[in-house]
Design a protein around this ligand. Sequence first.
Ligand SMILES: [Zn+2]
Length: 321
Amino acid sequence: MEIAPNIHRIPCIFAGNRIVFVHLFIGTEASMLVDTACAHNPQQDILPYMEKIGFDPAKLTYLVISHSDLDHQGGNQPMKAAAPQALLACHNLDKAWIEDTEALITGRYMQFDEPHGFVTPDEVRAAIHADTLSAPIDMTLEGGETFRLSPDWLVEAVHTPGHTWGHLAIYDRKSKIMAAGEAALWNAILDVDWNPVLPPTYCYVDTYLATLDRLMTMDIEIFSPAHWTLQTGSDVGDFLRESRNYCLHVEQKLLDFAKSHGTFTLKQAIEKMGSEVATWAEDGNSLLTFPFNGNLQRLVQRGQLVQARNSENIVTWSLPT
Ligand SMILES: [Zn+2]
């Protein structure tokens, strides 16, 4: 779908019922694809879309990856094969996980295993490897870079951390469109039918809230996020505010849980109060590790909770004595 002249929002389907939108900006001098979805999506969705609109991937100048996650970087290798001249770029802070699938798995997806007593089965690791064909990064960004796509058209990389450290969104000042990725995660991640399917996986709460505050001050007419419907006009502010409110709501619920339950682990918080914050079906609760851990770390930083380890060496939280 062309959401403004020469700006395309391309749906990519993965994992049966999931959807991720990648973006294509086509200028007269240069062009940019933002994200490559999963390993199969270039062949299944992105390249057929390009063919349909008469865009030759040999003309692609930049391949910018919004952040390190399998459904945003997984198609890097096949996309690079289809457009070898395109420079593959991402934020410096997400580079290590975008270049190396094994580093992404151990650093991001298995980060809760040892400290919190979770076990990532081998078949899950193998499935992530199959979905994520990484490639070396040609160029790193810090946010603030502009890309001239036509003599009178620049787009800008905006550092929007929170879901990852190096999350980037692409802003077009001319159309006031933000290709937003997961800069804001609302109160759930949605599936292909727009039903809530997973928790909003923000991770670093202070930076996430700062990102939302920053986006609220920007002149955005069309907010085009990765797993949600297009937000326009006053809906943009609502989407950002609701993202912020939900994150703070979860934090308060965790503090209340500490008051009513005493010492608890991440697993216990998910089992005993996950359903109280869920707008999604119960099997999505396992990914509450990301937002819960983010909120709990912030409560520890502010001195509202204390972190320790129990006799099984599992991380616990409790109110300060
Ligand atoms: Zn993500």
